[in-house]
Design a protein around this ligand. Structure first.
Ligand code: GTP
Ligand code: MG
Length: 337
């Protein structure tokens, strides 16, 4: 920068804002600013969900090779460049605390269930709910889609439905129960039916576009069910590794969405019988450690006495294990008494 220009630009910005300006400058970099990336490659990257520098920085070279057909060496160059630009160093505990302060908690309607989760379903996390058929996993998905709008009027839910169990009529009932305008609530739920696991993965990758291009204020993402297609398509042990690899990639796309856009990603999972188990609950979640590990919170749902439901928190970063009971009713869910 020439001296004269430098002087002018300094005059324009007060000194205290210089640091801020630097940060904004970094934010404004696009994928097209990456080394060796022209318009065509940039388009491929964006189409595959790598729409900003952060997405590139946290990608693996293999992912970018797949997404844009670039060589592994160029992919590495792009990732290194993005990482340098992003200052991906350590954050202080204080910064993380500030980030945590932005986390929102979506209420379920049951006090005991909310308490079990430390206040409700958290944004910036993946919440996995597993349990047998009819345990209420899909009902909870509908409830989150409605209640998120009760708390945040312009909140959008992206609902990926793999089993054709999303019911707009149920949303109408729940919206009425929450005292909301059902038409408006339905408008803010974007539903896509996923026909197979590849389609499901593609839909998840497209959510980034809804946020960055269409500017939807996405607060909740539902994947109901996360594992059904994977389970049906990869039968037998021979293909298990491939299934887990795809599931892992899928979970990472979801994790990135949750983290980068402060979204609550709610995924449902079936259970299978564990024939060799004689004591305790003889069921375990599909998807194995890949799903378990990527999920921030894990809830086991089961049917309780007299038509009630019991939610058990089996895994969470900072909450004790515990249980909460509730009823599913026409208006939503409610506590025992
Ligand atoms: P799968 O997808 O089959 O694994 O089950 P799921 O865990 O998704 O179950 P789901 O959420 O579909 O739960 C269905 C159950 O919720 C029904 O059997 C009912 O008991 C209950 N339910 C759904 N709607 C209502 C309602 O309006 N009122 C009441 N009282 N219960 C309801
Ligand atoms: Mg269901």
């Amino acid at each position: 920068m020439k001296l004269e220009e430098e002087k002018q630009s300094k005059e324009k910005e007060p000194k205290s804002d210089l640091k801020k300006m630097n940060k904004e400058e970094k934010k404004e970099l696009t994928v097209q600013d990456l080394p060796g990336v022209g318009a065509a490659t940039a388009e491929k990257l964006v189409d595959a969900g790598y729409s900003n520098i952060m997405a590139i920085a946290v990608a693996s070279p293999g992912e970018l090779v797949d997404a844009a057909g670039v060589s592994e060496a160029s992919a590495r160059k792009m990732i290194n460049f993005a990482r340098n630009k992003l200052d991906m160093g350590f954050e202080s505990g204080e910064d993380l605390l500030k980030k945590r302060a932005k986390v929102e908690k979506i209420k379920t309607g049951s006090k005991s269930f909310d308490e079990l989760l430390g206040g409700g379903f958290e944004t910036a996390s993946i919440v996995e709910c597993f349990g047998e058929f009819g345990s209420g996993k899909t009902q909870l998905a509908h409830i989150l889609a409605v209640n998120s709008q009760k708390q945040y009027p312009e909140a959008v839910t992206v609902y990926i439905d793999t089993e054709n169990t999303f019911r707009p009529e149920r949303i109408q009932q729940l919206a009425k129960g929450a005292g909301l305008d059902a038409t408006k609530v339905l408008k803010n739920i974007k539903v896509a039916r996923a026909y197979n696991s590849d389609h499901q993965m593609l839909l998840a990758e497209k959510i980034e576009d809804l946020i960055t291009k269409q500017k939807f204020n996405v607060k909740v993402i539902v994947i109901d069910s996360l594992t059904a297609h994977f389970r049906a398509e990869f039968i037998g042990r021979g293909t298990l590794a491939e299934r887990q690899q795809k599931l892992n990639k899928h979970m990472h796309v979801l994790l990135r969405l949750a983290d980068m856009h402060n979204i609550c990603v709610y995924v449902t999972n079936q259970v299978m019988a564990k024939p060799d188990m004689f004591f305790g609950d003889p069921t375990q979640a599909i998807g194995g450690h890949i799903v378990a590990h990527a999920s921030t919170f894990r809830i086991y749902l089961r049917k309780g006495k007299k038509g009630s439901r019991v939610a058990k928190l089996v895994d969470s970063p900072n909450l004790p294990e515990g249980e909460a009971g509730f009823y599913i009713i026409e208006e939503g869910i409610k506590d025992f008494s």
